[in-house]
Design a protein around this ligand. Structure first.
Ligand SMILES: Cc1cc2nc3c(=O)[nH]c(=O)nc-3n(C[C@H](O)[C@H](O)[C@H](O)COP(=O)(O)O)c2cc1C
Length: 203
């Protein structure tokens, strides 16, 4: 493994420059490259995980499933903002449906649920590491990602559509991704506290 060839400054820059993305280039004009997507998944599965439980599952959503999930997404969004069966609801629903369908690629991340609560907690941490690995690999390839914990991951209809059992697999995140503009990171400035503010050197 020639990992030492990665330059410290480049790695830090990659980590610091990554931003959550909400806007993607049109997938018809700039389709996602399968090899690049596979690189992201490869990075994800090499995340640390205690006792090698490898608790993650990635559901790469195809067009038919996306249509069904779009309905779940749209219903959640519209019913949060309005009464169902009203004109208002229909308007919000349609807008949300289009928004979801415009996302170039949706990937749902599931955590295989261990019986033991400590293992479950550690497995969630491992899944989060996997998602960050995914995001960084995506960013390096000019693919933007939004990591979402929005209502669709808790909706029973999503589980039905994926044919998974909530008692066995918990959906812990939805990844919305697509190719992005070169300067996309400038539009979403994200701040962090300084290292000094959050680090305590104790003796
Ligand atoms: C566990 C977790 C859940 C998140 N859920 C959402 C979400 O539901 N919607 C969203 O827009 N961003 C979500 N994010 C992304 C954060 O909002 C984002 O990382 C934060 O605003 C910092 O911005 P940055 O990623 O550009 O640095 C989530 C991030 C994490 C780690």
């Amino acid at each position: 493994m020639e990992f030492n060839q990665i330059n410290t400054e480049s790695l830090l820059n990659l980590i610091k420059s990554r931003r959550t993305c909400y806007q993607f280039l049109d997938k018809e004009i700039y389709p996602l490259d399968d090899t690049k997507l596979n690189n992201c998944l490869q990075a994800a599965i090499w995340a640390p995980n205690h006792k090698l439980t490898q608790p993650w599952q990635f559901y790469v959503v195809g067009e038919k499933l996306k249509n069904r999930l779009a309905e779940v997404y749209a219903d959640n969004r519209a019913s949060k903002k309005s009464q169902t069966d009203t004109e208002c609801y229909a308007g919000f629903y349609q807008k949300a449906l289009e928004k979801f369908m415009a996302i170039p690629q949706v990937i749902l991340v599931g955590q295989v649920l261990a019986q033991d609560s400590t293992v479950r907690q550690e497995d969630y941490a491992a899944c989060a590491c996997a998602i960050q690995n995914f995001q960084l690999m995506a960013w390096q390839q000019k693919i933007g990602v939004q990591w979402s914990t929005g209502p669709i991951i808790n909706d029973p209809r999503t589980y039905q559509n994926l044919s998974i059992e909530p008692s066995q697999i918990q959906l812990i995140g939805a990844l919305y991704l697509g190719n992005i503009e070169e300067n996309c990171q400038l539009k979403n400035q994200s701040k962090r506290k300084t290292v000094e503010e959050v680090t305590f050197y104790l003796d």
